[in-house]
Design a protein around this ligand. Structure first.
Ligand code: SAM
Length: 169
């Protein structure tokens, strides 16, 4: 059964600056976290931070897809995805930083995640990684911003591979 939460809070272009969202994501993450589009907010988590923008406080300033394809450290227990989804938003709100092709990004994630790990995504969709990639949906949170502003959908999906084809690092 999928657990559902509905939370009212303001909208901000840097999602985790909003207190109720930051507290929710800190509660949901498990273990060592890859914060792939980290923005300015440091989370109270054991996180590795990546953001293409060199002005952001991050451990790495790589394109997200390049990060996933070149990471040769230990796998993560949680991967956080909060990309700019639309080209227009990238240009107007994130200094022209454009998200990597999202399908390729999703395909690259399992090699960086421990079996049993989580992918937590903020965006407009309630299924992100999906069952074809061997992810099971566990939670959905709707952050309602009121008025005519669209909600933000956060999903929590757990990686439950039936067979392991890659050696664990
Ligand atoms: C929607 S904001 C979210 C930031 C952060 N999660 C927060 O709550 O503040 C998207 C972030 O992704 C970064 N970004 C844009 N394109 C990127 C890319 N291709 N690879 C890595 N980061 C990127 C932007 O610089 C921006 O900080």
């Amino acid at each position: 059964m999928i657990h559902f939460e509905h939370i009212r809070c303001p909208l901000h272009r840097y999602t985790f600056t909003v207190g109720p969202i930051r507290r929710w994501v800190e509660k949901e993450c498990e273990g060592k976290v890859l914060n792939l589009f980290c923005g300015p907010t440091r989370l109270a988590l054991n996180e590795i931070r990546n953001d293409l923008n060199p002005d952001m406080p991050a451990d790495h300033h790589l394109d997200a897809l390049e990060f996933l394809r070149t990471w040769n450290g230990e796998r993560f227990n949680t991967i956080l995805l909060d990309p700019p989804y639309a080209y227009r938003k990238s240009m107007t709100m994130y200094q022209g930083m454009i998200c990597s092709p999202f399908r390729q990004l999703k395909d690259a994630i399992p090699a960086c995640l421990y079996p049993g790990g989580l992918v937590i995504t903020f965006g407009y969709h309630s299924v992100v990684m999906g069952r074809n990639r061997q992810f099971e949906p566990e939670k959905i949170a709707l952050f309602s911003h009121g008025g005519a502003i669209h909600d933000t959908i956060a999903t929590v999906e757990r990686y439950v591979p039936t067979q392991l084809s890659l050696p664990l690092t």
